[in-house]
Design a protein around this ligand. Structure first.
Ligand code: B12
Ligand code: SF4
Length: 476
């Protein structure tokens, strides 16, 4: 049994290529169960999926998709079917909207939620049926498919069935480590290209130390990892970290948890472990931000000693009402300021995430956000236009009270220059203007320009830096 796990090319995220740890976990589970598996990541492959499937036969092709990439996932599924493979799709969008994909001829199965156990059970079932009733069309195996939790399938009449949900994996330590070695690591760019100082050609791996988050920020979509926080033991994380550093030669590591510092003491323990095991020689960053209200000065000092280069924080808004009532971020400005101060004091680079155009925003509320960004003055500021994803409170609000612009899912990228929805009393042109203006005012200040001009990174990557500048000066 040969299985190919596929990720579509993330054109919506074109500034960097980044390994897909979910596929790494699935591949790890399949290898552990004794199957032959490989990963095809459209973002870094040199041949098309069709060429790959012509060169090598795979019995099952598993394709992953977040919402904006679902159309690409369907295209890949068509190619896989043309090459005689069984197609199974999984990931955030499939968990939110399984029917939409199940109705398509090119999609045989969908996995909802975390996929490790479901996929292994599914592949075992396919393997068994190969040795017994291979000639039977797939839909006739109703009994077999109906027993796998988390699986959606269709019968001979095309009727769609959604088996019971699979509960979230209770003990993450029990999962095999991701098959990191299957990624063509030298083809990925570094984790954050705007970085000053980190190596653009780094061997960048990612690690997930916990899954889930109990907070309820209204724009956040957590269809896979859920609302309960499940942490791996520190020992288990350190073993994987050691493997990345010592066996795979990682030169940069990104922690991609939803919220890795929910348990402050555990976060500190992890840092102490990295220091003791001398794994702190490899720089690491927190890719998707830390939650400011679970930090203190000691944590940042320990993170610095543990090799951390940069921390990111979700600041979101500078307006108190928007932050509390619309974003529901459950943090205060005092906590935001303290986190930046403590991180800078520990000589960590800082990054701030800010959102423009949440429902009800005005010029004045967005102006407050820009001013807060200028005041906090992180090394990197990431300004985003609010993007409603299905399954979020923001999505429900916009559907109920506003109007979504996107004509199809691929238009729902976070890194877009355009407002995604109209909302009563909100001027979308103003949102786009304030968003552009935030970049200009933040990055094109005299002290910033001087810092850039004197930075080695600017000269080393001059064409990219000029392109960045054009985007915000010329295109607005
Ligand atoms: C790290 C990360 C990134 C990284 C790496 C991308 C990646 N694909 O891993 C970067 C920064 C590049 C990134 C980019 C984007 N991301 Co992102 N990202 C995350 C983050 C924080 C962690 C992902 C992770 O490692 N999860 C842990 C692993 C174990 O879970 P997983 O990847 O979901 O995989 C499991 C299941 O989904 C399932 N599964 C997945 N694929 C498949 C395939 C098959 C065949 C099967 C059977 C099962 C299966 O099984 C896996 C194992 O349990 C999540 C938030 C989250 N916690 O999920 C957001 C998240 C997935 N990203 C999101 C988005 C929107 C994007 C972008 C589209 C942003 C944009 N530009 O607009 C791009 C798309 C890029 C891409 N190719 O996926 C959204 C998706 C929402 C949605 N409705 O689809 C999330 C949920 C964030 C959020 N809270 O809104 N992202
Ligand atoms: S944005 Fe962060 S803190 Fe908020 S719900 Fe999502 S993962 Fe949790």
């Amino acid at each position: 049994m040969k299985i190919l796990l596929v990720s579509p090319e993330a054109r919506v995220w074109n500034s960097r290529t980044h390994i897909h740890n979910g596929l790494g976990y699935l591949a790890g589970a399949l290898l552990n169960a004794g199957y032959v598996v490989d990963i095809f990541d459209g973002a870094v492959e040199e041949e098309s999926l069709a060429a790959r499937l012509t060169r090598q036969h795979f019995d099952v092709v598993g394709i992953s998709a977040p919402t904006p990439l679902i159309h690409d996932a369907w295209k890949y599924a068509r190619v896989a079917k043309e090459h005689g493979a069984i197609t199974i799709l999984g990931g955030p969008h499939l968990t939110l909207m399984p029917d939409e994909s199940m109705q398509r001829a090119e999609v045989d199965f969908v996995v909802r939620g975390e996929g490790e156990e479901t996929l292994v059970e599914f592949v075992k079932a396919v393997d068994e049926r190969r040795t017994t009733n291979d000639q039977e069309p797939i839909p006739n195996d109703e009994q077999r498919w109906s027993e796998i939790r988390g699986l959606s399938w269709k019968n001979a009449d095309g009727k769609i069935f959604h088996n019971l949900d699979r509960p979230l994996t209770p003990n993450l330590d029990a999962l095999p480590f991701p098959a990191h070695h299957l990624f063509k690591i030298s083809r990925y760019t570094n984790l954050q290209p705007l970085t000053d100082g980190l190596d653009k050609h780094a061997r960048s791996y990612t690690i997930v130390t916990s899954r889930g988050c109990p907070y309820k920020c209204t724009y956040c979509s957590k269809p896979i990892t859920g609302d309960t926080w499940r942490a791996r033991s520190v020992d288990n994380v350190l073993r994987e970290w050691k493997m990345l550093v010592e066996d795979l030669g990682a030169t940069e590591i990104g922690v991609t948890d939803d919220i890795w510092n929910l348990d402050l003491e555990r976060a500190k323990e992890l840092c102490r472990g990295l220091i003791e095991m001398k794994l702190n020689r490899v720089p690491w960053i927190t890719i998707h931000g830390m939650k400011v209200n679970h930090t203190d000065a000691e944590l940042f000092q320990l993170m610095k000693r543990a090799g951390c280069k940069r921390v990111g924080f979700g600041v979101e808004s500078g307006d108190e009402d928007i932050l509390k009532r619309v974003v529901k971020k459950s943090q205060t400005f005092a906590q935001v300021r303290a986190a930046f101060k403590n991180a800078k004091h520990a000589s960590l680079q800082t990054m701030g995430f800010f959102i423009y155009g949440m429902p009800g925003e005005t010029e004045a509320t967005m102006e407050k956000t820009t001013r807060l960004a200028l005041e906090l003055d992180p090394d990197l500021a990431h300004f985003m236009i609010a993007s409603p994803y299905p399954g979020t409170q923001l999505w429900d609000t916009v559907k109920r009270e506003g109007k979504l612009y996107a004509q199809n899912w691929s238009e729902l990228a976070i890194q877009s220059d355009h407002a995604h929805f109209d909302f009563p009393g909100m001027d979308t042109q103003m949102v786009e203007r304030k968003w552009h203006e935030a970049y200009r005012r933040f990055y094109f200040r005299p002290q910033r320009l001087w810092k850039r001009a004197t930075s080695w990174d600017t000269w080393k990557n001059l064409p990219e830096r000029v392109r960045d500048a054009q985007r915000f000066f010329v295109e607005s």
